[in-house]
Design a protein around this ligand. Sequence first.
Ligand SMILES: [Zn+2]
Length: 147
Amino acid sequence: MIICEICGNEINMLDENCPFCNNRIKVKNKNKIGPIKIFETINIKEDMPIAKDAIRDMKKKIRSVKQKGVKVVKLIHGWGSTGKGGVLRVAIRNELQKMKNIGIINDYIKGEDFSKIGNKQLLQRFPELKNDSDLSKKNKGITIVVN
Ligand SMILES: [Zn+2]
């Protein structure tokens, strides 16, 4: 097995194109040996009382998993309508929007928008997400980040 350098999925050495993202496989990458973990969960609500600290923590963790080749991150930040959970959720998503604007991350999907129908392309690229417990649950307490 080799690893697609675009989506990180394992692909057959004989394939011309990656079946997940349709990326044309370059010969030089055919020597790469996996497995690389492409999906990781990061929990930020734990012991992070101040949104500012939580954001710094999140950026550090996203950078660190990205370096390891992780392509998709599930951020768990809680969703309280009032109080810390809500404040954190809004602050984190504002920060993710900034990170997306300047190209640090590729995209992010709010947990409440994370669904089979709305994210077909994403699920095709990362089939592992099809089994995710938060898929189509409208869970405001999470955000999916695509590196
Ligand atoms: Zn691919």
